[in-house]
Design a protein around this ligand. Structure first.
Ligand code: NAD
Ligand code: GLY
Length: 356
């Protein structure tokens, strides 16, 4: 086992560590330290459970372990799926001191976390993310929830985990397309607040795609540091945290208009970041660098064809919208983001075909 880094998410009495390393499975990391009651429910899915469920069990010492395996896919990120977790908790006699452990990607983490937020008004929760996207983004920060057919993540709660355990070895089995989708969120961090990290990614994208262990560990570490810092400053997204949604207003609309799961979340965010940068009117050189890095990561730089009115309807469900006004995360330059409802209407029309 190697621990590369432990990062703290500083939230007072709800602070927790993000432990990044490799070789944690098969009992090599004592996850039971974070499971304070006698029992736990491991929530995974039909793809991840066969790969890692039995490898995680020895990390839980003498805890009484129940598990549930969900159907795989964004289209199952629904209240109906969450209900199956709640049913399992009830039928297995789970109490307030039960811990829910999410073992999987962002879909499993978001649903399991929401079940943990709701069951008996909140039980403890542990994140063991197994996709790059979940390791750099969704497992950190306490946003949990499910989709509604009218919009992404419309139903949910803030519920912070006890610990985030990132074993980079789990990425060995992740399909290449999913790995690349996770890179969109890594690139996002550089684009919104760390120009040096953006430049580092430009120099290291080839090694990152080859999963060079040191390069991969640094990319995950720097992403988690940025996320932890932003979340500690603005846990409930009263302000700055919204910058983490750079590219997501367009991206969520793409996911919804195509049907959840057609484009991966990270792919939609990649194309969405280009649209948001174009809406921002940043310097041509900055826009080119963003396009080149997204292309180097093997991600799309152009959105699929969507009718203008569908864009507007889908973006209208964005959670950043206030007083029926769309708000976007915009860039002043690469590495500096802000949130505004004061965007260039003509540019939005040019980008989406929607009337101003
Ligand atoms: P995902 O959870 O669907 O996982 C992608 C695919 O990889 C799935 O088929 C999964 O079964 C499989 N998989 C997972 N780990 C694997 C492994 N180690 N080996 C082989 N296969 C593996 O998708 P994702 O990209 O991880 O997460 C996307 C979701 O995260 C979206 O619903 C998005 O809205 C959400 N999200 C949430 C936050 C947040 O702050 N809560 C942030 C970003 C994204
Ligand atoms: N992924 C956006 C956030 O956690 O706020």
């Amino acid at each position: 086992m190697s621990v590369y880094q432990t990062i703290s998410v500083d939230l007072g009495d709800r602070s927790y560590p993000i432990v990044i390393g490799r070789g944690f499975m098969d009992g090599n990391f004592n996850l039971a330290d974070y499971v304070h009651g006698p029992d736990c429910l491991i929530v995974s899915n039909e793809t991840v459970a066969p790969l890692y469920l039995d490898k995680l069990r020895p990390n839980l010492a003498d805890r009484d372990i129940t598990s549930i395996s969900l159907a795989d896919g964004e289209s199952f990120k629904t209240l109906a799926t969450m209900q199956t977790i709640l049913d399992k908790l009830v039928t297995s006699g789970a109490n307030r001191d039960t811990t829910i452990i999410a073992l999987g990607g962002g879909v499993v983490g978001d649903i399991a976390g929401f079940a943990a937020a709701c069951y008996m008004r909140g039980v403890a929760f542990v994140q063991v993310p197994t996709t790059l996207l979940a390791q750099v983004d969704s497992s950190v920060g306490g946003k949990t929830g499910v989709n509604h057919e009218k919009g992404k993540n419309l139903i949910g709660a803030f519920h912070q985990p006890q610990v985030v355990l990132i074993d980079t070895d789990t990425l060995d089995t992740l399909p290449a397309r999913e790995f690349r989708a996770g890179l969109a969120e890594v690139i996002k961090y550089g684009a919104i607040c760390d120009p040096a990290f953006f430049a580092w990614l430009e120099s290291n994208m080839v090694a990152l795609l080859e999963k060079d262990p040191e390069v991969l560990a640094h990319a995950i570490q720097r992403s988690c540091e940025i996320k932890a810092e932003v979340v500690a400053e603005d846990e409930r997204e009263a302000g700055r945290r919204a910058i983490l949604n750079f590219g997501h207003t367009f991206g969520h609309a793409i996911e919804r208009c195509l049907g959840y799961g057609e484009w991966l979340h990270g792919e939609a965010v990649a194309a969405g970041m280009i649209m948001a940068a174009q809406l921002s009117g940043i310097a041509a050189a900055d826009l080119s660098r963003l396009k080149e890095l997204i292309t180097a990561a093997g991600l799309p730089t152009e959105a699929p064809a969507i009718a203008g009115e569908r864009w507007i309807e889908a973006m209208g469900m964005d959670k950043k919208a206030l007083q029926k006004q769309l708000r976007f995360v915009l860039l002043r330059s690469l590495g500096e983001a802000y949130v505004s409802a004061d965007y260039d209407r003509a540019r939005l029309t040019a980008l989406t075909g929607a009337p101003a």
